[in-house]
Design a protein. Structure first.
Ligand SMILES: Cc1cc2nc3c(=O)[nH]c(=O)nc-3n(C[C@H](O)[C@H](O)[C@H](O)COP(=O)(O)OP(=O)(O)OC[C@H]3O[C@@H](n4cnc5c(N)ncnc54)[C@H](O)[C@@H]3O)c2cc1C
Ligand code: FES
Length: 254
């Protein structure tokens, strides 16, 4: 996993809302959608966290300090921070899904008094895969936020924490389901299980928000590449209410 901090060389782009993404170009290779993962209070620092899975993300991950890349954005509808005000907030992240949620966590902590209980539940594959580990540890020292981390598997010698999928943390979290907004990001199967577990806990589908991923090209609602049933992920999302996409999620790819 690689985190790039990009300094604009020209007019700075508009400040991004938590959950929005940019299109990053590795010159000569191509372009990919990458979420902003930095602090929204520092709009001049464009932070992106990348997992190298294919040609573009590999090329981006290999950039050295001072290298140039292309950037356009920010795009998309982000996390419903205004709707969350005055309510409990449950964040459920899986793997790299913590990166697009990180700006929302910064915002919640910066404006802590505006929200009720704040729960951050994070699941990684193994202790070595835990993203932003030092930051999670420092947030955990705060008395006004609950941070729970679990791993799918670990050797007893290197992990004393919770083992199990992220939904197992939900039972330990204190929140009022009738007055909760849930923000969920991770692999699609994980989001489906989280939404089901949140629903079982009493959180309404309209209050559960998921960030969806599909391959993108134009990112401005023109090419149809990111079509997801009746919606375009780039224009109408990437963050959607669960009741709007639940039917579509059942199909692996549309
Ligand atoms: C709104 C949005 C936000 C994103 N944010 C991030 C981010 O913060 N960090 C990050 O690393 N990536 C992010 N992605 C995913 C990234 O845009 C894709 O993985 C992109 O395809 C990478 O390009 P590539 O050329 O490296 O790989 P490709 O050649 O496009 O793909 C390589 C392999 O990865 C698989 N793959 C491609 N896209 C996805 C996907 N979306 N989910 C799962 N598997 C996929 C392909 O099937 C293939 O096997 C985001 C995508 C969207 C739509
Ligand atoms: S990427 Fe072109 S319509 Fe969404």
């Amino acid at each position: 996993m690689w985190t790039l901090e990009i300094e604009p060389d020209g007019p700075a782009s508009a400040a991004a809302a938590p959950g929005q993404f940019n299109m990053l170009t590795a010159f000569g290779v191509g372009e990919a959608a990458i979420s902003l993962s930095g602090d929204p209070a520092e709009p001049g620092r464009l932070v992106h966290t990348i997992r190298a899975v294919g040609p573009v993300s590999h090329a981006l991950a290999q950039l050295r300090p001072g290298a140039a890349l292309g950037l356009r954005g920010p795009f998309g509808a982000g996390w419903p921070m205004a709707e969350a005000a005055g309510r409990d907030v449950v964040i459920m992240a899986g793997g790299l899904g913590l990166a697009p949620l990180r700006p929302a966590i910064y915002r919640l902590l910066a404006e802590r008094a505006r929200y009720g209980q704040v729960q951050v539940l994070y699941g990684a594959r193994s202790p070595a895969d835990i993203l932003f580990r030092r930051e999670l540890e420092s947030w955990r020292r705060r008395l006004d936020v609950e941070i729970e981390v679990t791993v799918d598997h670990a050797a007893v010698s290197d992990w004393r924490g919770h083992v199990g999928v992220v939904t197992t943390l939900l039972g330990r979290a204190a929140f009022d389901p009738a007055n909760t907004v849930a923000l969920v990001c991770g692999p699609e199967i994980m989001m489906r299980f989280c939404a089901a577990a949140l629903g079982d806990a009493g959180v309404k589908a309209e209050a559960i928000h998921l960030s969806m991923e599909r391959n993108m090209k134009c990112a401005i609602g023109l090419c149809g590449h990111c079509q997801f049933g009746p919606v375009f992920i780039c224009r109408d999302g990437p963050v959607f209410r669960y009741d709007q996409v639940a039917g579509l999620l059942r199909h692996k790819e549309l």
